[in-house]
Design a protein around this ligand. Structure first.
Ligand SMILES: [Zn+2]
Length: 88
């Protein structure tokens, strides 16, 4: 079982054990782009895909996918990333 992230626990989550938010609540509790130098990251933006994507420009970073959502668990994912979520 995956431990569910409660208040104060998000900052300890590692990219290596990243598991996809399955509900709107999980997406809202996730900090997009958080890392050691920016532990707070960014809030989930409603209506957009809940996946976290890697950006090589302007510098290595992670951020929320900016495609429109509507597919997958709770309709949280875009057409592209729903394949990653449901394909596992
Ligand atoms: Zn996406």
């Amino acid at each position: 079982m995956f431990p569910s992230p409660g208040p104060g626990q998000e900052k300890q989550r590692s990219k290596k054990v990243y598991d996809y938010p399955k509900t709107l609540e999980e997406a809202r509790s996730y900090k997009y782009g958080s890392w050691a130098g920016d532990p707070d990251g960014n809030e989930y933006k409603e209506g957009l895909c809940a996946d976290e994507v890697y950006n090589s420009e302007p510098g290595p970073s992670f951020s929320q996918c900016l495609r429109k959502n509507g597919k997958g668990p709770d309709g949280l994912y875009c057409w592209q990333h729903v394949k990653k979520v449901e394909g596992s």
